[in-house]
Design a protein around this ligand. Structure first.
Ligand SMILES: N[C@@H](Cc1ccc(O)cc1)C(=O)O
Length: 419
């Protein structure tokens, strides 16, 4: 299977300019390509994964990826795919976020290989020094307002309004493409489906300013069979920074993928081969309850983003929460596992009898209920079922010196932490 056939099999090609021309070029030479990421937050999220992984796919196929962080464009704000004006962030903030994004992006590409090393850049380096006269005379003159008004990103805002700032954004992204073409010989820009307008604007600019023949490529918008937006969990966006979305939550997000989406996601977000994916497809048909495809998806994507260790620990946490045996978790795993469950902080003192402990943990609304739960065997401390309401929950029960995990029923967890 050729590289392009692989992209096709995965459903990664949404729109292409000059398909034949690009296919031929990709077959005959190492192509320099880029994708841009604006620092609109302090981390990338899984909505960025498709283009990020695609840069890597091109690199694995021998091409030369440029990861561009929009240190300059992030100060302006892309109107593409948005119905309202963005609020501006301070230049210090954008500078900080630019550095974070560079770090994150660098983990996906190989910058050391001699043959086709990846390149990292920020468009702040050439956009910040651009003076307004040059911008308007040399670059702006190549765009008619009519052309700009016809772009979706602008046209869709005609009713609600768009600032001159966001209106001008496409010129900056076009200039990036031109600049990378002229200085590095970059001849392909890839991006999400919402980037088509900006990418083709860049191609038009390259044409007018005498650059070399170039191409544009967009990937599909990731959709889910239930019609809900991809990339959001109950607690909001799924970030690549593990301080914002823990590796365990990240793993869980993928593990919870619907049967109707999992094969598509394996194609989009993993580097498994067609044969491996087809095997999981058969497995899904025959034994859907085993969730082998989901498990593999979660393992692969978590491994790509957080590394193998994070996979081992996420699997350990899942297993512990499933069996209830939380005693084997390390302190950080325990904290990660129980992130978000109801928790209370108790003063160290006389050990509480189990009945009062259940109340103190917030696991029962009344003594009567707590007693009933305990006696019916629904109450577990650190995975151990305790049936005596009078039993003292002494410091012997503390994990890592300060935590007690209370469970009511099969999966209602409560965390008690001692000062
Ligand atoms: N406009 C892109 C980011 C980008 C920035 C600069 C570029 O040259 C290319 C792409 C986005 O919002 O996703």
């Amino acid at each position: 299977m050729t590289f392009i056939e692989d992209l096709e099999y995965r459903g990664l090609i949404y729109q292409l300019t000059d398909r034949e021309g690009l296919l031929e070029k990709l077959q005959n030479e190492r192509v320099k390509l880029y994708s841009g990421f604006d620092p609109t937050a302090d981390s990338l999220h899984i909505g960025h994964l498709l283009p990020v992984l695609c840069l890597r796919r091109f690199q694995l196929a021998g091409h030369l990826p440029i990861a561009l962080v929009g240190g300059g464009t992030g100060l302006i704000g892309d109107p593409s795919g948005r119905s309202t004006e963005r609020s501006l962030n301070t230049s210090d903030t954008v500078a900080q976020w630019t550095e974070r994004l560079k770090e994150q992006l660098s983990s996906f590409l190989d910058f050391e290989t001699d043959v086709n090393p990846a390149v990292m850049a920020s468009n702040y380096d050439w956009l910040a020094p651009l003076d307004v006269i040059t911008f308007l005379r040399d670059i702006g003159k190549n765009f008619t307002v009519n052309y700009m008004l016809a772009k979706d990103s602008v046209n869709s805002r005609m009713e609600s309004g768009i600032s001159f700032t966001e209106f001008s954004y496409m010129i900056l992204q076009s200039y990036d493409f031109f600049k990378l073409n002229k200085d590095f010989g970059c001849s392909l820009q890839i991006g999400g489906s919402d980037q088509w307008g900006n990418i083709t604007a860049g191609l038009d600019l390259i044409g007018k300013m005498g650059g070399t023949k170039s191409f544009g490529f967009t990937m599909p918008l990731v959709t889910k069979s239930d019609g809900k937006k991809f990339g959001k969990s109950e607690s909001g966006a799924v970030w690549l920074d593990r301080n914002k979305t823990s590796a365990y939550q990240f793993y869980q997000f993928w593990l919870n993928t619907d049967d109707n989406d999992v094969i598509k996601f394996l194609k989009y977000f993993t580097f498994l081969t067609r044969e491996q994916i087809e095997e999981l497809e058969a497995e899904l048909r025959e034994r859907p309850e085993q969730r082998a495809a989901q498990r593999t998806l979660a393992r692969e994507v978590t491994g790509l983003v957080h590394g193998q260790e994070a996979v081992v620990s996420a699997e350990k946490i899942s297993q512990a929460l499933f069996s209830g045996d939380v005693k084997l978790l390390s302190e950080s795993e325990l904290v990660e596992a129980l992130d978000g469950v109801p928790s209370v902080l108790l003063e160290d003192g006389e050990p509480l009898p189990l009945l009062d402990f259940v109340i103190a943990a917030g696991a029962a609304p009344s003594k009567r209920q707590a007693k009933q739960d305990i006696e019916s065997g629904a109450v577990y401390i650190n995975g151990e079922r305790l049936k005596e309401a009078e039993l003292a929950v002494s410091s012997d029960y503390r994990l890592h010196g300060k935590y007690v995990v209370l469970r009511r029923g099969k999966k209602n967890y409560f965390l008690v932490q001692y000062r």
